[in-house]
Each structure stands twice: as C-alpha cells, then as structure tokens.
Design a protein around this ligand. Structure first.
Ligand SMILES: [Ca+2]
Ligand SMILES: [Ca+2]
Ligand SMILES: [Ca+2]
Length: 401
C-alpha cells in the first residue's frame, strides 16, 4: 500500500512537470537532434539541390523544432550556394527524419572542393547533439576561369632575333623543349633544398593546357608522403641559353605558402656545385606578398659561402594574380637586367660580385615550377585556397644579332 502511493505521487509530479497534462500519454525522453555531413558533385547547369539530413535520436510525442542557417567556408553565399538564415525545421510528433534542401549554383568552372556549414540552433522540445554539418560541393569541372587581360610583350626587339619560343598552343608538353622533374627531391635533395612541401608530378591533375596556356596546378592532397602536389618543368639538355632576351607572360597564383618561379640553372657546372656555377631567378613571388616579383642571382664559392643579390619591384595597382604580366630578362656578357611589363627594375654587373667569380657568362637552362611551402614563403594556412594555378601564356627567347 505504502509503496503504491509513493509511485502514484511520483507519476503525478512528473505529469505536472510536463505541463501538457494530457493524461494517459506515455512520456518520451526529449530527443537529440543531429545533422549529417554531405559531399556531392556540384552539377553542370542551373542549380543542384543538396539534401542535408536532420535526425532525431528517438520519436517524440511532441512537436520538435530547430532553426538552421548556412555559414560560409571556401564556398561563398551567392556565388556557390543560396544562403539560408534562421529558418525553422519542424518535426511532427513521431517524425524522426527531415531534409533541409540547399540550392547549389551549378557551373562549368573548375574549382576546389569548396565547403560551407549548415548549423542548427534554438531547439524546442529537444537538445542538439551535432549542430554543424560540413557540406562539400565537389568539383566536377575541368576548365579553369581566367581572362587574357594584361600586358603583351613586343614581338621584335632591336638587336635581337627570335631564337625559340613556346606559345603553349598544344595540348601536351613539347618534349623537344621540356622535361618534367617529378618527386620531392629525395633522396639527394629532399624538399628541393628549401623544405618545400610539394610532390611534383606530370599527371594532368598538375600540368595541363587550356586556351593556349600552360597551367601548373598546385593542390592539397596526400601523395607519396607529401600533403601537396604540383609540377616542375625544365629545358635542361634541350634548350640552353647564353645571352639574349627572355619574355615570359604569366598570371601568378596567390595565397600564403604559394611560391611560383621562373628561373635558370647552369647547364654545365663549370665552376662547381651550387651556387658556385650560379643561379639566375627571373621571377619569384611568395604568396603573402602577391604584388611583388623578385629577381635574384645566387653565387659564391660553395654551400658554406653562398651569396645572393636580390632585387624586386611591385605592381602599380593590384596583384600579380589579377592579370597577366610579362617577366623579362635581358642578358649580356657581364650584365643582367630584369623587367616587369617592359619596365627595368634591376641591373646586375660583374662588378657587383666584387672579388667573387662571376659565373653568369655560361649556358643556363630554364625552369618553371610552382612550389608550396618552404623556408621562404612558410607553410600555407587555413585561408590558402587550393587548387592554385600558375598560368603561362608563352616564353620567347631572343638571341643577340
Ligand atoms: Ca560543375
Ligand atoms: Ca564549378
Ligand atoms: Ca599562349
């Protein structure tokens, strides 16, 4: 008797606490709400609907409500998807699964796998166990988006004749000019001497051709023990250069940790190993300073006595990523000049090396590469967008008459 009456009292209290007073219903525990991550292809026309699933942990006798909003990641509201702010999702009693439909902009432009978040808040008659869904819009396109805007180099120069050029109008690398240099530099030169983070490949994912341009793509992906991939090409053994004018028209990538370069190494190490036989850097850009190009020479008696002379210039407006610029070298015996869009910004003469041997009156070969990370630029950060593209319109090499 006594036990029974205590039980009745407990039931009475729990009923009055519930407040609904709907006598006879079995009370259910408040459900937990969770939202499920989603990764789908973008689609190629108009819009694509991404169904983001929201679940209750158990049926509820009560109506459950929760609010939801979108939060930008690399995917941007308006460009990549239609933003949603504080909309309400309502579960009828006993309903456990609902879908939030997000509208995705389906285009034909190659992008990264861009992400955004759908976030739950303000639950009614429930608690939230997983508030955020990471939604990934997977790239399904092959053509990158750029315009040809920018400076065009003259096609003749007094005192010079075109020796060779690559206009990159084909769909594969011209093997009579270029070779790929793949890998991470290991074992002999791991990280390419600079603790760089990329693995170079000749896969079409890292080097391809579009609209008369060579494109080197750096991407964030696990590959052969590295976290990034990219590409590097060189003319060693195929096209060697000694004196003349070199014009390279390109649109550079951007972002912390991004490091594109057009440079030259000695074809024959006539004065010994790096840097005794020299290195000539036509263009280097470190992504945290996207409006500045550097022109540099390296020299010295050896690794322990390495020297460099480096000069730079900046754009008058915008960055080197905004449009195509022409990076040029004018190279004579005992003198090298660097130009950006035809404007001289640095001159080196034999006298600048003082007592050191001047190794720049010999044959050099060309190198194009897009590095990620390394001692100079530092590592990419959370804001660095991948993929990044180094887009080269042409290289033209003129010899002195
Ligand atoms: Ca698409
Ligand atoms: Ca796209
Ligand atoms: Ca071209």
């Amino acid at each position: 008797m006594k036990i029974l009456s205590v039980l009745s009292l407990v039931l009475l209290i729990s009923c009055s606490k519930g407040g609904s007073g709907g006598g006879g219903e079995t009370p259910t525990p408040a459900p937990q709400i969770s939202i499920t991550d989603l990764s789908l292809f973008e689609g190629n026309g108009g819009t694509t609907t991404f169904p983001v699933e929201v679940k209750l942990s158990n049926k509820s006798s009560k109506e459950v409500k929760v609010q939801y909003s979108t939060i930008e990641g690399f995917a941007k509201a308006g460009e990549d998807y239609t933003a949603v702010t504080n909309q309400t999702l309502t579960f009828a009693p006993n309903e456990t699964t609902k879908t939030i439909n997000i509208t995705i902009v389906a285009d034909l432009i190659k992008e990264g796998d861009d992400d955004f978040t759908v976030q739950l808040s303000a639950p009614v008659n429930a608690t939230i166990s997983k508030a955020d869904a990471k939604v990934i819009i997977r790239n399904d396109d092959t053509k990158i988006s750029f315009t040809n805007t920018g400076y065009e180099a003259p096609t003749t120069y007094p005192g010079y004749t075109l020796d060779w050029a690559d206009e990159f109008n084909n769909t594969s690398l011209d093997a009579s000019i270029w070779s790929n240099q793949n890998g991470d530099g290991c074992p002999g030169n791991c990280g390419w001497g600079n603790n760089e983070l990329q693995y170079y490949t000749n896969r079409p994912q890292n080097i391809f051709f579009q609209d008369g341009k060579l494109v080197i793509e750096a991407n964030k992906e696990s590959f052969s023990g590295k976290s990034y991939t990219s590409s590097k090409i060189l003319t060693s053994g195929k096209k060697k250069i000694k004196y003349g004018r070199i014009d390279i028209r390109a649109k550079l990538p951007t972002g912390q940790g991004i490091w594109p370069a057009f440079w030259m190494m000695p074809q024959d190490d006539v004065y010994g190993g790096w840097p005794a036989s020299g290195e000539i850097d036509i263009m280097e850009m470190v992504g945290h300073e996207p409006n500045r190009t550097h022109g540099t020479v390296h020299y010295g008696t050896g690794w322990n006595d390495r020297k460099n002379i480096s000069k730079s210039t900046t754009t008058s407006t915008g960055t080197l990523h905004d449009k195509f610029y022409v990076y040029s070298l004018e190279w004579k015996e005992n003198e090298i000049k660097w130009f950006l869009d035809g404007n001289l910004f640095a001159t080196l003469t034999k006298a600048d090396l003082g007592a050191y041997n001047y190794p720049f009156n010999e044959y050099f070969y060309l190198i194009f590469n897009l590095a990620v990370g390394g001692n100079w630029p530092g590592s990419p950060n959370a804001a660095t967008y991948f993929p990044q593209w180094l887009i080269v319109d042409y290289v033209r090499v003129y010899k002195p008459n």
